[in-house]
Design a protein around this ligand. Structure first.
Ligand SMILES: Nc1nc2c(ncn2[C@@H]2O[C@H](COP(=O)(O)OP(=O)(O)OP(=O)(O)O)[C@@H](O)[C@H]2O)c(=O)[nH]1
Ligand SMILES: [Mg+2]
Ligand SMILES: [Zn+2]
Length: 351
């Protein structure tokens, strides 16, 4: 236990959160912000200071860094999670279809990529879809500008897929350069850095923090791939009073259900599709399709359409899996209610 305490305001509390809390909630507990999730519990900050609290089994997979929880008044125990205003998540890497939460209650998602071989428009579209889906403002951060002879080329390329998104090129090792991000890093704001390994997320976090809290690593010379230096997520304060969540580099961001977010990122494709004269068109190569025509006329990049389709397939698959799970749970719920009723009736007969 440390004696440093934090006001709700300082921790990024939003008035909207209180709407989800009842008078009973406020009598039973107090809000705390989750800054770390560990095997043995949560690290939290609150008006009562820094603490480690145990997590009941049913919340174990749900709570993530940036979340707000209600702590029991006189015990280091989580009563419940407070509804989030935003959540960044992905489908867990590997074969399963489980959702992996990355960060909650963000104001800004810094999508970090370098001005080198890591840069990929399709990957940016992927990250932007996730950000827009969750209602978090994305900012594209292009690192290693100091090592690149054509920074403007990268900025221009990024702008072709994200006309309304802020794009900032920085040298993550330079305090002056990272100052360009100041307007997203005001007191009480919460941001997260996501991107491939080695792009400089932790370097940027350290430069902003003015210390070396985050371990950083090199990249492989041949393909600019990182070495997965950061292995866990944690949230910490900057001198400005903003909260930063550094995350481990991702090899791939498999998207969950992001169709809403995709409509923002791919609004051009949506507009062409709306103009398509075939009502039930899948826009997958039909003669006379407006989307196909846009490609033929050079108004739409073929790469972009391919990526759109790929993301849409992933998103649809995720929605279907969710729906199936939901239906299964409902059926299971009905089954257990039936069993319970049968047991009650049997009991009634026995006595
Ligand atoms: N010159 C220069 N080097 C940078 C910049 N950003 C990062 N680096 C270097 O790139 C390497 C990788 O940086 P990290 O900060 O560890 O990358 P990361 O994104 O945190 O990587 P993971 O933790 O593996 O996901 C380090 O050697 C950094 O010093 C930059 O803007 N300019
Ligand atoms: Mg790192
Ligand atoms: Zn069509």
């Amino acid at each position: 236990m440390s004696f440093q305490t934090f006001s709700l305001h300082q921790l990024g509390w939003r008035p909207g959160f209180a709407q989800h809390l009842t008078l009973e909630d406020f009598e039973a507990g107090y809000p705390a912000r989750v800054v770390g999730v560990h095997r043995n519990g949560l690290s939290v900050l609150s008006s009562r200071g820094v603490a480690t609290v145990v997590l009941s089994h049913n919340l174990e997979s749900a709570v993530t860094v940036g979340d707000w929880v209600l702590l029991e008044m006189d015990a280091a125990r989580v009563l419940r999670m407070i509804e989030r205003h935003s959540l960044i998540a992905r489908i867990a890497a590997g074969t399963g279809q489980g959702t992996q939460t990355i960060a909650a209650n963000l104001d800004t998602l810094f999508v970090v990529t370098s001005c080198n071989d890591d840069f990929s428009l399709s990957r940016l579209e992927r990250y932007l879809s996730v950000a827009f889906e969750s209602g978090v403002e994305p900012v594209i951060v292009l690192t290693k500008s100091d090592l690149c002879a054509d920074v403007d080329g990268y900025i221009d390329a990024a702008r072709t897929i994200a006309a309304d998104v802020a794009i900032v090129a920085i040298d993550a090792t330079s305090t002056v350069s990272v100052g360009q991000l100041a307007r997203w890093l005001e007191h009480g704001q919460t941001v997260a850095f996501v991107g491939s390994s080695g792009v400089g997320k932790s370097t940027l976090a350290n430069t902003l923090a003015g210390d070396d809290t985050q371990t950083t690593g090199g990249i492989r010379e041949d393909d600019a791939r990182g070495r997965h230096t950061t292995t866990s997520r944690e949230m910490f304060a900057l001198p400005s009073g903003a909260w930063v969540i550094d995350t481990p580099g991702m090899r791939e961001l498999r998207v969950g259900a992001v169709e809403t977010g995709m409509n923002t990122v791919f609004d051009d494709i949506a507009a062409f599709a709306a103009r398509c004269r075939f009502g039930d068109c899948s826009h997958e190569g039909n003669a006379g399709c407006a989307v196909e025509q846009a490609i033929a006329e050079g108004q739409l990049d073929a790469r972009r359409l391919v990526n759109y389709r790929k993301l849409l397939r992933e998103s649809t698959h995720a929605s279907n899996t969710l729906k199936e799970r939901h239906d299964r749970n409902r059926q299971f719920g009905k089954l257990s209610r039936d069993v319970q009723r049968a047991q009650r009736e049997k009991k009634g007969r026995d006595y």
